[in-house]
Structures are given as structure tokens and as C-alpha cells.
Design a binder for this molecule. Structure first.
Ligand code: ADP
Ligand code: ZN
Ligand code: ZN
Length: 860
């Protein structure tokens, strides 16, 4: 029997392995010889034969690989490549070429180049390098965050019997033959034969054969591993548009006129099914109009990010009012300069910032450039994305929407559409700042103060700051927008680093809502009851019900009770993994940890002392809803928090019901505070305004002020005037006082004073270093070691606080210690931390145990 030689066993296409087939890596190197550079004649080559690749592993370095002859033409800086790493294959990014052959002899080779076009543009490569050094993040992990999900590599792999294998398996069926194979191997060949010679190869699945045996069967030429790369085939649809200037309106029928309005004025070009639904016409009519030349049609890929809740409503374009006009002309002046610069658009809620954004994008597109709009949450992406489509149309400019709720395939599709230049406007959440647009002219960051722009995992970058850096690298304009800018940004805007554009009034002379403080201490004195719904709030809600308007009630905690206490011994029930008390959820009848999601049964007696006097303390949203139902029987009430809005659909249903007037009272958490534009809300109640003030965080006042101002912005958006009731135990606090006056500048000045006194940002740079491990002694030992490294530097241009137990001393089973580094010079921090990380390496402190957060937003 003829056994094919080794080199033919593995098809050239097969350059991939998985951890399941770990030992195949060696096999590949062995049989891959014919790809290797023979040395002779290589000097003639245009492309160098080696390159550095950034791989998504927690190591702060790139790795050198050889470039096989067959891939020479494709490999470029920015290309995604599949490379062997340790015992598996990983997708990485080529950062640069290496001109001299490395000294090391055992250089492995690139297995595959994923895309014909380098995924990352040179500017994005540069941006990635900056992020890696600024945030001290492993370069490979930075690039992974910048790239679309790897969907091409989820390819189908199959084990296929070769001719030789088939022949052997047939023989084995008849009788035992001497083959040199063991029982399992023979058995496996027969199994394959029974399955028509093919078997899906699923790594990780329990295989009935060992990797070694599999390797042997492949080497002997009985088996092949075949893979098929799934092409990115896109579903297409027919889109129709009104053919410009055809036929005067007079000669059109009623239906035709309706279609014209839809296509020309209201919606722009539409997919046929969409048009049929909106206009309630027959397909035959559309076809006739196409034949008559009233409509034109073409094919377009089906947009993977069609908003399923699209109600079809997009606000009409407005003529800019004077305030908007003056902001817009300052933005245009910046475009005229054609160079990098940052502008802050500080506009009160309802001042019409969106309109200014859209005009600016329109203007930059007209200059042949592209734009990114970052928004803080997914719901806003859809809303702004829809407006962009109606402004810029899917056809000529192309709008892409990128956010984390898309499936991997959808996200990859959108991403490549941008990369290929099919979209010139990108709307998205944080990571959309990496959208691979070329000729970038404008980056907008809406609600720039939002903490959702900060990524709380490696790489711990801040989307707004990366946006500014990207604009700088691309020589583009950056426009930050907010009603309550972060202290850092406003400081930059008033110190001349950024340009400040102010819009101090609401559009159409609408008044800001009237904000009143309800002092809970007085309420208690009068009622002698600890009711989270004060008398004033109660009366306000009654009034809403009477006049058939709506009320929004905001509470900061979800669940029924924040903690479970024992009256006898004072113990509270803590999470087993975290130093946090458990929250009681009544409807699910259990205790839950809001940090690690662990659960416990509801105790009948105290777990410490067996006393029966267990009581539930601190009302959450679930309790408040129950209370509202009791106090206002007959009112239509719903609750919106992470427990009731588990899916996007539930979330949308509740919001939709409220917007349609099917509800009277909506109670919920922070989720309610942002963005929504409810026209019939006349009352907003904030249950405990100061609960966020007491957090051990220097930004507590800023957060409270922002939240209260935003909430206040939810009332009185329509024709009806709004009223906001803020319940608090600390009515004197300036964050509360200034929120009541909705006076940002006053708040800013007081807070800035505090920051200056305390040496906090924007007067210093901060870095937070957490040392963590599941074993307490490790966490302590490593913190001590690090402390030895830091202490000689303390006082020399940097202040090192700690090690101290972190505010969340235990989280998800890990013990945590904390250093806080302060310096007036960022470069001093960077240098010190770079040193600290290499110190960790040489002292065998695992990289995963030390978490560095540059410009931290949360110090917990
Ligand atoms: P902001 O984001 O500043 O809170 P929005 O952009 O949401 O404000 O605008 C508030 C409302 O005002 C929207 O309904 C918008 O359609 C409307 N609007 C914007 N500009 C104008 C204008 N020039 N004239 C009238 N209405 C406007
Ligand atoms: Zn007890
Ligand atoms: Zn926990």
C-alpha cells in the first residue's frame, strides 16, 4: 500500500491548530519546511522576511515571526495574521517589519494572513502604541480591543479520510490486518468510514481519540484536516428612492404622493418591505412606479444593525437658533483651519446639541472627510444612528453603527464596511473610537463626562481621551458635548487648552424645570415615620394622577433591601466572595451579591448568633414599587432596573409603554436618568439624593451633581412645565444646592477649590494600583514587595499612598490591596509604573496580580 509522503498529507491551507491538537504545532513546523526561506536569493526580496506581531496575551511585548514566501505580498503593518504561539494558534497584528534576521534560530512562521487589506490603518497602529504606553497595557491586548471580532477563524474544520485511509478502513472492516495502528486508531478510522468519511472536528469536544493518535493518523496519510473559510457573504435587499425631479406633484395619485413624501422628504431611500409597511401600498404599485420611472432601485447589503424598535420617528431638521448658530460657526471656523483642536460644547439639557452635532457632521462630509460620533450607551446609538441615516442617507454617505450588543458577525461586517470606505459616518459606543475610517475630520463625544467611556478591564482606556488623541494623530477636530462636563474637561476649556462654546438656554424658550429640595429630617419630625416617600412627594404624585400627567421616581439601589442585619449581635449578612453586604430580593426570595452575582437563601435566624431578630434594612427599588402600589392603588406603575429589564425587549417595552401614556408612574434606577425624551413627565422625584455623596471617592460630589442635573433635565421637556423634588438629608451640600439651581459654573468653582486643596485631578494625575490574589498571604507579600520598590521614589515628584486595604477589600474571592499614586507630572507616573511592572516581572509577581489603572474613574 502506498503511503503518501509527509509533505502531501497536510494541505497548504491547513496552517491552523487548536489547543486540542496541540502537538500538531511541531508537525506543522516540520512539514512546513518547503515554505521556509532557503536563504539563497532572499536578498532580492522586496519585503523583509521577518516581522513583529502583537498577540493578545498579557505580556508587554511583541514577538518576531518569519514570513513564508507565499504570504509575502499580503503581509503589511496592520495585517491580522494567524501565528503559532506556545501550543496554539492566535490571531495577532503585524506591527512592523524586522530587517535583520533575528539571532534566535527557532523563529516560527506566520500561518496565515487573514485579510487582503491590513485591518489597521497606520494611524490606528500609532494610536494603539500610544494607548499601550499611556495606559501601561499589553500591546497585543490593546490591538485586540481595537479590532473587530475574529469571525473568519471560526471556520469549519473536518476530519476527512484520505484515499489511503478509506482503503485501510475498508480492509479493517473485513478482517484484522497488520497496520501498526492500535485498537483505538483502527476503530476511529472505521467510525469515520461509517460517517461517509467525514467528521466535524470540534476542538474541546470530547474526542474518542487522543491527540497523539490523531497526529499519527495524519502523519501516516490516512487522515486530513480540512477547513473551509466561511466567506463573508452578505444578504442583499432592494432599496428604492424617488427619482429626482420626476413628474410634478399635481399628476400624482394620493398613494404616489405619500410615497414621494416618504422617500423624498421624510425618510430617504428605503428597502422595499419597509416602504410597503410604512405606506401601506401593494408591491404592484411600487413595481409600476419603477416602470414608469418615478422610482429607481438598486441593491444594498441588508443592514445588520437595523433597529428593531424603529418607530419610524425621526425629528425634523430645525433651523438653528441664534445660540446654536454661533456654536456651529465656531465649529466651522475650526474646520476651516483644517487642524487639530478640541472644543467643548457646554449646553444645558434641551439646548439642542444634537442638531449642532448633525450640522457639523454634514459640514465635514461636504469637505470630503469622515466623522465619528461617540455616545455613552447603546440606546442612544440607535437613536442618533437613525437620525444620521435620515440626514445623510444610507446611499451616498453611508452610516455605520457599532456597539457591543451586535453579534460578532454583525460587528465584523459593520467594521469592514467602514474599513472599505463604504461608510463615512460611524455612530457608536466606546470602542467605536477605533472605527477604521480614513480622512477623519471630526470626532464628537456626546456626554463626555459619562463613566461608560472608561473601560474597566484591560486595556483600561478612557474613550474620550483616546478620541482626543486620535483626533490629534489624524489632524482632526474633536468636539466634546455635555450639560455637565467633567471637571477635567471644563478646566481645560477655561484654561485655554480647549475652546469653550456655551449654549445656556433651552430651545424654543422652554424653561428648565423647577427644582425643590425636600428635607427628609423635617419630614421625619412631622410624620415620625421613615417613609422614603415624603409628604411633599406623595402630594406631587397625587397631583400627577389627578391631571393625568406622568411621574418618574428615581432610586439608586435595586432589590428589596440593601442589607440584612441581626438586631441581637449587629452582624450583617456578607457575600462569601466579596466584602459587601448581600441584597435581599423579595420576588426571587433570596439574597444576591451585586458584585459577583453569588446567591444565598434568606436567613430565618442570624447565621452568627442564631437569634430570630433578623431584619431587613434600606429600601431598594423593588420595595419602593411595592410601597407605591400600596399608597396609590389604581395607578398604573412599572419598575425599570436591571432586574426587570433583563433583555433589551423588556427594557424597550417598559419605556415604550411609558412613552405611550400606558403608565402613570415609572420607578427605577439610574437607567432612567439619561437621554430619554418623555413629553408628559411633569414630576421627577429623587428618593435619596445623597446616597452617592457618601461613597469613599473624591468624585462623589461631581457624580451627585451630574446625576441630579440630568434627572432634572428629564422633566418639562414637552409643552407642560416640569417639577423636580430632590429628597435629601444634607440639603446644605453644594452638590445638591447647585443642582437645584442647575448652576454648573457655581458647582465647578466650588468643586475645583476642593480638588486644588486636596491635590486631586485636574491638579494632579492619579494612578491606582491594585494588588490582588485569592490567597491573602500572596496579596500581602506582593504588596510589601511593591512597596519596597515604590518607597524610595515617594516624595520625589510623586506621592505614593498605601499599600492599604482597598475599599472593596475582597472582590470575587480576591483579596485586594491598593496604592494610590499622585503626581503633577504624568510622565513621572508613567516612568515609575513602567519600572514597577518590570520589577514585578523580575520578582515573579504575576502580571495578572497587579492591576494598573491610569486616570482611574473609580477608586473602589
Ligand atoms: P440636548 O441634547 O442639548 O439636551 P436635544 O438635541 O435633545 O437637546 O434637543 C432637544 C429638542 O429640541 C429636540 O426635540 C430637538 O428636536 C429640538 N430642537 C433642536 N434644535 C431646535 C431648534 N433650532 N428649534 C426648535 N427645536 C429644536
Ligand atoms: Zn446575630
Ligand atoms: Zn460577591
Amino acid at each position: 500500500m502506498q503511503v503518501p509522503s509527509n509533505t502531501h498529507v497536510i494541505p497548504n491551507g491547513f496552517r491552523e491548530v487548536s489547543h486540542f491538537l496541540s502537538s500538531f504545532a511541531q508537525l506543522l513546523n516540520y512539514s512546513g519546511e518547503h515554505f521556509a526561506d532557503s536563504g539563497a536569493g532572499s536578498s532580492l526580496r522586496m519585503t523583509p522576511s521577518y516581522c513583529n506581531v502583537a498577540i493578545p496575551v498579557p505580556l508587554r511585548t511583541t514577538f518576531t515571526y518569519g514570513i513564508p514566501e507565499s504570504w509575502h505580498a499580503q503581509v503589511q503593518p496592520g495585517s491580522r495574521v494567524l501565528v503559532p504561539f506556545r501550543k496554539k494558534s492566535i490571531v495577532g497584528v503585524v506591527t512592523d517589519f524586522v530587517s535583520k534576521a533575528p539571532e534566535e534560530t527557532k523563529i516560527r512562521e506566520i500561518q496565515k494572513v487573514l485579510d487582503p487589506l491590513p485591518a489597521l490603518t497606520p494611524k490606528l497602529l500609532e494610536l494603539g502604541q500610544w494607548i499601550a504606553s499611556y495606559y501601561l497595557a499589553p500591546i497585543g491586548e490593546v490591538f485586540r480591543a481595537m479590532l473587530p471580532p475574529v469571525t473568519e477563524i471560526a471556520m469549519k474544520r473536518q476530519l476527512v479520510l484520505t484515499e489511503a485511509g478509506r482503503a485501510l478502513a475498508e480492509k479493517l472492516k473485513q478482517a484484522t490486518t497488520l497496520t501498526g495502528l492500535d485498537g483505538a486508531e483502527s476503530h476511529f478510522l472505521q467510525k469515520l468510514l461509517a460517517r461517509k468519511g467525514q467528521l466535524a472536528f470540534a476542538p474541546g469536544a470530547k474526542a474518542s481519540i487522543s491527540p497523539e493518535s490523531l497526529q499519527r493518523l495524519v502523519r501516516c496519510g490516512y487522515l486530513e484536516i480540512k477547513e473551509s473559510v466561511q466567506g463573508r457573504k452578505r444578504k442583499m435587499q432592494h432599496v428604492v428612492a424617488w427619482k429626482a425631479n420626476e413628474s410634478p406633484a399635481a399628476s400624482l395619485g394620493e398613494k404616489e404622493q405619500l410615497i414621494r413624501t416618504l422617500l423624498q422628504a421624510e425618510r430617504g431611500p428605503l428597502p422595499i418591505p419597509h416602504l410597503l409597511k410604512l405606506a401601506q401600498v401593494s408591491r404592484a404599485l411600487i413595481e409600476r412606479m419603477l416602470r414608469d420611472g418615478l422610482l429607481e432601485s438598486w441593491e444594498e447589503p441588508i443592514d445588520p444593525v437595523e433597529d428593531p424598535f424603529d418607530t419610524g420617528y425621526t425629528p425634523p431638521a430645525h433651523t438653528l437658533n441664534e445660540t446654536q448658530e454661533s456654536a456651529f460657526s465656531a465649529i466651522r471656523a475650526r474646520f476651516e483651519l483644517g487642524e487639530f483642536g478640541v472644543q467643548l460644547l457646554h449646553g444645558v439639557t434641551g439646548s439642542g446639541k444634537t442638531e449642532v452635532y448633525l450640522r457639523s457632521v454634514q459640514d465635514i462630509l461636504a469637505r470630503g472627510k469622515t466623522a465619528i460620533i461617540l455616545v455613552p450607551e447603546i440606546a442612544l446609538t440607535l437613536w442618533i444612528g437613525r437620525q444620521c441615516r435620515s440626514w445623510f442617507g444610507a446611499r451616498f454617505e453611508g452610516v455605520a453603527v457599532l456597539h457591543s450588543a451586535l453579534s460578532d458577525v454583525e460587528r465584523a461586517q459593520e467594521w469592514w464596511r467602514v474599513r472599505k470606505g463604504e461608510a463615512r459616518v460611524v455612530v457608536g459606543t466606546r470602542s467605536a473610537i477605533f472605527a477604521p475610517l480614513e480622512h477623519l475630520g471630526l470626532v464628537i463625544v456626546d456626554e463626555e463626562q459619562e463613566s461608560s467611556y472608561k473601560q474597566e478591564e484591560t486595556p483600561r482606556y478612557h474613550g474620550r481621551d483616546v478620541a482626543i488623541m486620535r483626533a490629534k494623530l489624524e489632524n482632526a477636530a474633536a468636539l466634546l458635548g455635555s450639560a455637565t462636563p467633567s471637571l477635567e474637561t471644563y478646566h481645560n476649556a477655561t484654561s485655554g487648552k480647549y475652546e469653550l462654546l456655551t449654549m445656556a438656554t433651552r430651545v424654543a424658550d422652554r424653561a428648565l424645570a423647577a427644582v425643590e429640595i425636600v428635607d427628609l429630617r423635617t419630614d421625619y419630625q412631622q410624620t415620625q415615620k421613615l417613609n422614603p416617600i415624603s409628604q411633599t412627594l406623595h402630594a406631587g404624585i397625587l397631583e400627577c394622577l389627578e391631571f393625568r400627567t406622568q411621574a418618574l421616581i428615581l432610586i439608586n439601589r435595586r432589590g428589596y433591601s440593601w442589607s440584612v442585619l441581626c438586631r441581637s449581635c449587629g452582624a450583617s449578612v456578607q457575600c462569601v466572595n466579596c466584602s459587601i453586604s448581600m441584597t435581599y430580593h423579595k420576588s426571587r426570595n433570596r439574597l444576591e451579591c451585586h458584585y459577583c452575582a453569588s446567591i444565598q437563601p434568606v436567613p430565618k435566624v442570624c447565621p452568627k448568633c442564631d437569634s430570630k431578630y433578623v431584619y431587613f434594612f434600606g429600601e431598594g427599588s423593588e420595595h419602593l414599587e411595592e410601597r407605591l402600589r400600596k399608597e396609590f392603588p389604581g395607578a398604573r406603575i412599572a419598575r425599570l432596573d436591571r432586574d426587570t429589564a433583563r433583555t433589551k425587549q423588556q427594557y424597550q417595552e417598559t419605556l415604550g409603554a411609558f412613552a405611550n401614556g400606558a403608565l402613570d408612574i415609572l420607578v427605577g434606577t439610574q437607567m432612567l436618568a439619561k437621554g430619554h425624551d418623555f413629553q408628559r413627565v411633569t414630576l421627577v422625584g429623587v428618593i435619596f439624593a445623597d446616597s452617592s455623596l457618601s461613597l469613599p471617592d473624591f468624585r462623589a460630589a461631581e457624580r451627585t451633581f451630574q446625576l441630579l442635573t440630568q434627572v432634572a433635565g428629564r422633566a418639562g421637556r414637552g409643552e407642560l412645565p416640569g417639577r423636580v423634588l430632590i429628597q435629601t438629608y444634607y440639603p446644605e451640600h453644594y452638590a445638591v444646592q447647585d443642582a437645584v439651581k442647575q448652576d454648573y459654573v457655581s458647582f465647578y468653582e466650588r468643586e475645583l477649590h476642593f480638588r486644588r486643596m486636596m491635590m486631586y485631578p485636574p491638579f494632579t494625575s492619579l494612578a491606582n494600583v491594585i494588588v490582588r490574589d485569592t490567597k491573602l498571604e500572596n496579596a500581602i507579600r506582593w504588596s510589601r514587595l511593591l512597596s519596597e520598590y515604590f518607597s524610595p521614589h515617594d516624595g520625589k515628584g510623586v506621592r505614593v499612598l498605601g499599600p492599604a486595604s482597598a475599599p472593596l477589600a475582597r472582590l470575587k474571592k480576591e483579596h485586594r490591596y491598593q496604592f494610590l499614586l499622585k503626581s503633577s507630572k504624568k510622565s513621572v507616573l508613567t516612568k515609575l509604573l513602567t519600572g514597577a511592572l518590570s520589577f514585578c516581572d523580575s520578582n515573579e509577581i504575576p502580571q495578572t496580580a497587579v492591576l494598573v489603572d491610569m486616570d482611574p474613574l473609580s477608586l473602589l
